[in-house]
Design a protein around this ligand. Structure first.
Ligand code: FAD
Length: 457
């Protein structure tokens, strides 16, 4: 418990936006991961960057662990206050400061909701491409800290590809300015790059300059239905192998299709074994050309192609994909969403591994994901009170990651490491890399106050 004197110091900085009652603290003891709850000692919501700096400095002086929280939608236990301490809410820094259409960038505070930025930019005829499935809730700061991907990542890349600059505070409360507004900038270390995927371990970000791109002139969305999931997986690698880069190429297995349809009544084919959602965009002529080639590949592999003829139909298709996680979450008390990712050509092998592991451990697993970039989300439905099943779940997760690494993939395509995947990190990057990261962390945060123990650091 923090002393009254210390709580008063927080209140001096953030006024009424300081909470210490148990019922308030409990709201920040969890995130979207399935990890155990960890209750903080204090929750603070600053409204200016200056207040952020002062809170960070106070935590440093008083040795209080500090967990920065955007919307808490991360799936890797990144915002669990493992050591108690202070949860710093970024939702008060929610202003879009500038949208520059001439130089095509936006300057935003870290607590801005991703979808709000996307809409504001779109109203000016530009595109902010990163579109995580959580974009209606997640924040730009959280997206940068996790290097979030999205449905368009295949063609447009991930959040990190759009970060031109970031302002943040180090653990002593010093203001650091990284990057800026020019397309080219090589001044000093690439500190904005360092903050990408930093998961709240290296500093507290308050502001970002983000690259924007022109809106595509045309697009075509299609739903492709298969009676064999493996054929859908092979289609993914054939499309990529044909040197076509759709904006989006998403896959869903039978279990996920059925669950989404039961929850949404969108009209998905519940007798299908798998489906692909594909969108191509760009110059109208290129769109037609790519669409024709994709249709040919799909048909060759037995896929039945349905085109979205209207904007409403297109929205319905994407709604189906965006509802995948929430629909699965209704089925059982505990949902464990993994993001094992492999090189695209190895998707069929990875899908087979997931199928085999599901049978071997007798588990309920729905798989969907951004198949075009190799990023699959095998989603295990379980109940963490069922000890026997949890032992099998743990073994299954170990095998899913081992399979992804064997196929030259990664343990995380977009959800980060946090606390959930810390134990697997060394198996992917090796002991030397862990040592390097630890030295970096020790140098920047010698008292280990910034999101301690995440990534095992
Ligand atoms: C339904 C659903 C769908 C999802 N779909 C996707 C998807 O398609 N792609 C994807 O990549 N992820 C997805 N996610 C995961 C999640 O939304 C992303 O990881 C997102 O980037 C987290 O943003 P957030 O604002 O909620 O951050 P939080 O969960 O609050 O924080 C995430 C991490 O960032 C740190 N952090 C947050 N803000 C700051 C800051 N200002 N400075 C320093 N560190 C900070 C935190 O300490 C923590 O370590 C999904 C999650 C859900 C629930």
């Amino acid at each position: 418990m923090l002393s009254k004197n210390l709580i008063a110091k927080f209140a001096e900085i953030a006024g009424k936006n300081v909470w210490t009652e148990e019922e308030d603290l409990m709201c920040y003891a969890y995130d979207a991961s399935f990890g155990e709850m960890c209750v903080p000692e204090i929750v603070v919501k600053p409204e200016t960057a200056e207040q952020v700096g002062r809170i960070v400095r106070l935590c440093c002086e008083e040795n209080i662990p500090l967990v920065t929280r955007g919307a808490g939608t991360n799936l890797s236990g990144g915002t669990l206050p493992i050591k108690g301490g202070c949860v710093l809410l970024m939702s008060g820094l929610n202003k879009i400061l500038e949208i520059n259409t001439e130089d095509m960038y936006a300057v935003v505070q870290s607590g801005v909701i991703t979808a709000d930025l996307a809409m504001a930019v779109s109203a000016k005829g530009l595109l902010y491409p990163p579109d995580p499935g959580s974009m209606k809730m997640s924040t730009i700061g959280g997206n940068v800290a996790e290097n979030a991907g999205g449905l368009r990542a295949l063609k447009y890349g991930v959040t990190g590809d759009y970060v031109m600059g970031t302002k943040f505070f180090d653990i002593e409360g010093n203001a650091v300015i990284a990057g800026g507004k020019t397309v080219k900038m090589v001044t000093g270390f690439n500190l904005s790059g360092l903050m990408i995927s930093s998961e709240g371990l290296l500093g507290v970000m308050t502001e970002h300059t983000l690259k924007l791109v022109p809106q595509p002139q045309a697009s075509r969305s299609m739903l492709v239905i298969y009676d064999d999931l493996m054929k859908a997986s092979v289609t993914v690698s054939e499309i990529i192998g044909a040197k076509i880069t759709p904006a989006t190429l998403e896959l869903m297995d039978r279990f996920t299709i059925k669950t989404v349809e039961e929850g949404t009544r969108i009209g998905l084919p519940t007798d299908a074994d798998g489906l692909l959602l594909i969108e191509v965009d760009g110059h109208p002529a290129a769109v037609e050309d790519e669409y024709a080639k994709i249709k040919e590949i799909c048909n060759k592999l037995g896929g039945k192609v349905h085109i979205a003829e209207t904007l409403e139909e297109r929205d319905k298709l994407w709604e189906a994909r965006r509802k995948a996680l929430s629909s699965l979450a209704r089925l059982k008390p505990t949902l464990i969403l993994e993001d094992a990712t492999v090189p695209r050509s190895r998707i069929p092998e990875m899908m087979q591994c997931i199928k085999d592991i599901t049978v071997k451990y007798d588990l309920t697993v729905g798989t969907f994901g951004h198949a075009g970039d190799g990023n699959l989300h095998p989603t295990i439905l379980t109940d963490k009170r069922n000890k026997d099943e949890m032992v099998r779940v743990e073994k299954a997760i170990d095998e899913i990651f081992a399979s992804a690494l064997k196929l030259e993939g990664t343990i995380s395509g977009e959800h980060g490491i946090g606390s959930a995947k810390a134990k697997y990190l060394e198996s992917e990057v090796g002991a030397g890399t862990i040592r390097f990261m630890k030295k970096l962390k020790d140098g920047l945060d010698p008292k280990n106050l910034l999101n301690p123990h995440k990534m095992g650091l």
